[in-house]
Design a protein around this ligand. Structure first.
Ligand code: 5GP
Length: 195
């Protein structure tokens, strides 16, 4: 999606607990509305599902600190003991070119970006219920029960923090994936115009 000529683009922040479906929604928005996905820099270990440059730029702690000190990040935060940061330049370029730029980041990051760029649209994806969130975390079959419980606790804290703050413009409950995508797309169109 491209804004009308002469108009700035839109920065979309998508946050939500793991298991709420925010990644799927963010990638569908990217595909359907022609958005650009921001590729974060992280110190977390690369898994065999990750592709360097597509999912993340994987760096060591020293390189992360160097980039941070050089002012290369729009925001950065520690999540599950690893550092994550959003490179500033691609965001500035995309917004200046009238494009839709998508940041899938946690609440700490969302708060930092919204404080610097209040014109950003911040959307928080909620699971239908806590019981359903726990079921989805287990269903992924990706983690041990201990890790699942940690993610679940973090998810609850993140939802509480998001709801207590003023960062998020919209809360979308992901009961039905298509409806949730349509709700986010509608919020974007309302801000960027029909084109
Ligand atoms: P994962 O390592 O599972 O891909 O991501 C873990 C968490 O880090 C997710 O909640 C994700 O949204 C968040 N995250 C990913 N990239 C960034 C980033 O650049 N900044 C911030 N603040 N959070 C991020």
């Amino acid at each position: 999606m491209v804004a009308a000529p002469g108009q700035a683009g839109l920065l979309l922040i998508i946050s939500g607990p793991s298991g709420a479906g925010k990644s799927t929604i963010a990638h569908e928005i990217e595909k359907r509305l022609g958005g650009i996905f921001s590729v974060s820099v992280t110190t977390r270990a690369k898994t065999n599902k990750d592709v360097e440059g597509r999912d993340y730029h994987f760096v060591d702690r020293g390189e992360f600190e160097r980039l941070k000190a050089a002012g290369e990040f729009l925001e950065s935060a520690e999540v599950f003991g690893n550092m994550y940061g959003t490179p500033r330049t691609p965001v500035d370029q995309a917004v200046a070119a009238g494009r839709l730029m998508i940041l899938e980041i946690d609440v700490q990051g969302g708060e930092q970006v919204k404080a610097k760029m209040p014109q950003a649209l911040a959307v928080f994806i909620l699971p239908p219920s806590e019981a359903e969130l726990l079921r989805r975390l287990r269903d992924r079959g990706r983690d041990t029960e201990e890790v699942i419980q940690k993610r679940f606790a973090k998810a609850q804290a993140e939802v509480a923090r998001a709801k207590a703050g003023k960062t998020y413009d919209r809360y979308v409950v992901n009961v039905d994936l298509e409806k949730a995508i349509a709700e986010v797309a509608e919020a974007i169109r309302a801000r960027m115009g029909g084109g």
